[in-house]
Design a protein around this ligand. Sequence first.
Ligand code: C2E
Ligand code: CA
Ligand code: CA
Length: 758
Amino acid sequence: MPASITPSGPLKEDNAPLDELIFADEPAGDAVPASAAAHCWRILVVDDDADVHSTTTFALANVEMQGRPLVFLHAYSAAQAYEILARESDIAVVLLDVVMERADAGLQLVRRIRDELKLHDLRIILRTGQPGYAPEMDAIRGYDINDYRTKSELTRTKLYTTVAASIRSYEQIRALDVNRLGMEHIVAACAELMALHGARDVALGILTQAGKLLGQPPEGVLYCRDDGGAAAADSLRALAAVGACRHLDGRELGVQRGQQFAVAAGRALRQRDCGVDDGLLSMVFAGKTGREFVACIPLERELGEVEQRLLKVFCGMVAVCLDNVELVTRLNRSVFHDRLTGLPNRNCMVELIDKRLATSGRSESVLALADLDHFAETNDALGHHFGDLLLVAVAERIKSRLDPALEVGRIGSDIFAMLGDACALEPERIQALFREPFRIDGQDVQVSSTLGLVRLLEHDGNGADALKDADIALKRAKSQQRTGHFYFSRSMGVEIRERVRMMHALRNGFQNGQLFLDYQPQVDLATNRPFGAEALLRWRLDDGRLVPPDRFIPIAEYSGLIVEIGEWVLRQACAELMRLRAAGHRDFTMSVNVSQVQFRHPRFLDMLRRALDDTGAPPEYIELEITESMAMEEPAALVEKLAQVKRTGVSIAIDDFGTGFSSLSHLQRLQVDRLKIDRAFVTEITGSARGGSIAQMVVQLGRNLGLSVIAEGVEDERQAQILRQLGCPLAQGYLYARPLSPEGLLEWLARNRASRAA
Ligand code: C2E
Ligand code: CA
Ligand code: CA
């Protein structure tokens, strides 16, 4: 028997039980068209007994549930039912006989409906003909069955109630489902929208997603209204239009005009809501960023209540998306563009250089930085507004007079970057831009620039590195000749990067205790009796390697780190002096090197006094070594400072003496105590004619000025002998001892004492 459908027949007045079988006509027909399904409830009757089919349809004839009529589908075996269920959609309820082809055919079908066909919304009412025959309840419990009745139990009323309950339950499940699917869809749609860039893409995306949500092809227009200005309030601009509305793309739409779209959009904007008007859906997306968007979408059908609710949710979510897209766009602009000139900023230039480095064009490419000379002064003298105008004028001139193919950006307050072909960026060409004055606020301003350039062919880093290199070249150009230019060379970069690297390493090393002091004894040349030691700073890396002081001390000075390190050195040396004194070496002096940066520091004297106080070191046994070159600079200030230092009781030696150009009068005004003959002059002592040696002059000078003299770097007995003959009283050098650890110094002192006693 073919599966068939019967529209519900005339309603029978009485409540006759179903076993009173009534035969009804069964018009042939395979399926109810899907569109009809939305307006009726489809019920599948599955039973191998034809009479059951007719009684069922008769019992429920002309009945409406939730305002919709019932439509029946008929199957006479489990297999046939399966086939129908696999083919048809929107079947709400199955009235299913348990015993058919086999005793468990009905139960088997339930399992297949849920597990194989995955029809979970469908409601199932099980019926059995044999009273007392109950299938295993456990077996059916897992299959979501709405009701289980014997056929005799199901009077017409009971049948009506159970079918009605099942339909209600089906409707609820469906609504939930639509909600869930709809929400999933909206969330996915917004995620897709967020990934789009640019207002137009987003606008097209909204129309596409709305179409998907409505289950129709993309159709409609998305308008945008800027807040600001009365004129804008009246006109909407189409950001995107698709489908049959495509011709409206980009057009303005006066909301005052009487077109259907204008009316719908205007109303939606006033109500700030979405609504359907004569087959036209309008949705407003009102965000926080001031702009409003409204979509007008012609509908192919009416919308259900659930759908309308979902569309409102969609509107809210899209508004949030649009806010975020606007923010991201603005953020992008500020992250990549300079507000003042509208040119790409440093971030953007880095990207552009990266791109260029990745192309074959890099071989002929140059990155040039142009720094406006004395811009800060101009800014201070004429005001920031004037400075801003000048920068804009410079930007315009660069853009208009150089090769338009160049990438031009502003990467610092007064630094412009240019990227492009080498021939377009020859230094003379760039400099020529500044030959003519700039006219700002009716005034002519003459500006010049300094250039730093990098040839990308020679560059082996990324975009950010290239900018750094150009910056290094720029600094070099500035320090060497103003209004000049300088091309970066690899050696410059390596040297400077290495310095920066070492600066970080030194800072860490200092904090992690990698620094320590060695002490080199100083002796009386005549008796070999030690009278003091020089504290020498050491840096041992974690891998055991020593970094020579000549390498790291200039970096400590250059970075200012020497101020902190120097204080630590002084305290360490004072503390060591105290230990030596405690060990019986009471007539012993500690010499500490002080660099210029340290000495010039405004708190130097404070620092010195506190170090002496805190450690208890007697100032008369502390000597500070300053270099001769340092003693030459800023005579007046130095004289004063040295006088203050002397008042603390500490004495002063001039290190590396003979390498500078101290004038005698100058030296006399400085209150120093001792001169240290530089090692170089001690070394040459054995080679040169005795009388003319610098060492000899220094010794004489010291004698004339009443200053003590010490020769440093004495390596052999011959040097010591000559120095003695010259009348040099004191010495220091490998001949006596290398720089020693504190323990090494104590041992050395003990040995020296013993050998002299012997
Ligand atoms: P400097 O003050 O002229 O120190 C003397 C340098 O000569 C030391 O080198 C020492 O090890 C070395 N020396 C001593 N006797 C001999 C010798 O007989 N032959 C040879 N060839 N060399 C000898 P060092 O320790 O490498 O120190 C180098 C420089 O580092 C020092 O020169 C000083 O200018 C600076 N320095 C060391 N420690 C400090 C410190 O704590 N503070 C500051 N500001 N500078 C320091
Ligand atoms: Ca020294
Ligand atoms: Ca020295």
